[in-house]
Design a protein around this ligand. Structure first.
Ligand code: HEM
Length: 424
């Protein structure tokens, strides 16, 4: 029998998620001539990596702080200073530091560039090789990623500086070099928790057996091995050092918000009832594309109008099962139905992921809104964890979101995912 989970040995972001207002992703390359020094310096970074138990403790402190704030009734409590650190290696990174064991995941081994075509990314062919239109740095050799999340930019900056100092970044004897650095921020004010199109995100992640012991109504409980390597539900033999790790999939996903809004306006669903507000048609279209109203209320429960009380209620907002033969309430192609078809399939467990993304880029400016054209880059730094990339992120994108006939067996072809489909 497998040993019980040691929450001090599992990176905190995987099962509990860094509490964060901001997060920096620092992709790095290990210096070819300083691998030995890098390995030695790693021992200094390890104690800084945030464990699951630390995050549990941080979240308890946040809850206490909120309670105290509510008791004092002095407006929102002051944010606690908090910081989370994570570390991941690519396959090339592991090889670089001399780890050559077969970790048992072909997609991880082949690297992200090899997947670009399968994922439906735009790009061109040069001598039979697919060249995606990615930010050029992502096509370079990347050995690892350091994630630093926290309550504010200063906290994150200080921690990242501390980490960079370990590896003498910027000095002649630097053991790692930056390939790409990007910072995401939770959106301000009332937009908190909403992605850039305006929809509340982070509502539906699965509960993990033995970890999330009080799942919310409608929240699926999955075996630990769907997310963690070497646990029940993970089908592969993993080297002992990899047990309780997880594969992180990262995507830099720009969102053209003014254009999206213009699309909703130009294609608003006609509402015959004149007593309804004129924006309802466009709001309804957006809600049917996503499967939830901007508030987070699911259209499967509230199909014709938003329901703010439902959206706020964790005990109700995830508690629905699709009617496999009907899209009257929720379209077959709605983003949340394509990416987690729930009762459309007998089981979705093997294809569940845990999402930990964050928004990047500024709010839409008045000029962008007026011209309906994006001039500043913004979007989602999508990040998710799973024990098997082919079953998790890649499967959801390639076999569900991008396939027009999924969910299968419907009276009509559902079409691709309108939020993340390949748009071809
Ligand atoms: C810019 C790109 C994206 C946007 C704007 C977006 C937006 C959203 C929103 C608003 C929700 C509803 C909130 C929730 O249920 O937590 C959601 C859910 C979800 N998204 Fe995305 N998403 C994006 C990319 C992706 C990608 C790339 C994947 C995976 C390939 C994905 C997988 C999921 C899953 C699994 C759910 C939960 C569905 C459920 O359990 O009902 N999303 N997304």
């Amino acid at each position: 029998m497998a040993s019980p989970l040691d929450l001090n040995n599992i990176q905190g972001d995987i099962l509990k998620g860094f509490p964060k207002k901001t997060e920096t992703f620092y992709f790095f390359r290990i210096d070819d001539n300083r691998v030995k020094e890098f390995r030695e310096q790693l021992t200094e970074l390890v104690p800084l990596i945030t464990t699951t138990n630390q995050i549990k403790d941080d979240r308890r402190k946040i809850d206490e702080n909120k309670k105290k704030g509510a008791e004092r009734q002095h407006g929102p409590p002051k944010l606690l200073k908090m910081c989370g650190v994570g570390l991941s290696f690519s396959h090339k990174g592991l090889e670089k530091i001399g780890i050559r064991d077969d970790i048992g995941d072909a997609n991880f081994k082949d690297g992200m560039l090899a997947d670009a075509k399968d994922l439906g990314d735009q790009g061109s062919f040069s001598s039979d090789k697919f060249d995606p239109d990615w930010i050029p740095e992502f096509k370079e050799e990347i050995h690892g990623l350091i994630q630093v999340a926290g309550d504010c930019h200063d906290t994150v900056k200080d921690k990242l500086e501390e980490i960079k100092d370990i590896f003498s970044v910027g000095d002649d004897d630097a053991t790692i070099h930056k390939v790409f650095r990007v910072t995401g921020d939770i959106r301000p004010g009332a937009h908190k928790g909403h992605e850039h199109f305006g929809f509340l995100d982070g509502i539906s992640d699965p509960a993990v057996q033995g970890v999330d012991t009080n799942p919310l109504p409608g929240q699926e409980t999955i075996r630990q091995g769907i997310i963690l390597l070497g646990r029940e539900g993970d089908e592969f033999n993993r080297p002992p050092w990899a047990v309780d790790g997880s594969f992180l999939a990262f995507r830099y996903l720009p969102q053209r918000v003014p254009e999206f809004n213009a699309f909703l306006k130009n294609n608003a669903i006609p509402i015959p009832d004149p007593s309804k507000p004129p924006e309802l048609g466009m709001e309804l279209l957006g809600a049917r594309l996503v499967g939830r109203w901007k508030s987070g209320a699911p259209v499967d429960i509230s199909p014709l109008g938003d329901d703010k009380a439902l959206a706020k209620d964790p005990n109700r907002r995830n508690d629905f099962r699709y009617d496999p033969l009907s899209q009257e309430r929720c379209p077959f192609a709605a983003h949340i139905r394509k990416t987690n078809p729930r009762s459309d399939l007998d089981s979705t467990e093997a294809n569940r992921i845990i999402r930990r993304g964050i928004q990047y880029g500024p709010e839409v400016s008045a000029a962008e809104a007026a011209t309906k054209r994006t001039t500043k880059d913004r979007g989602l730094l999508f990040a998710c964890y799973q024990s098997n990339i082919a079953n998790g992120f890649k499967f959801i994108q390639q076999s569900w979101a991008n396939r027009v006939d999924f969910p299968f067996g419907k009276p009509i072809d559902p079409g691709f995912d309108p939020i993340i489909g390949p748009n071809q």
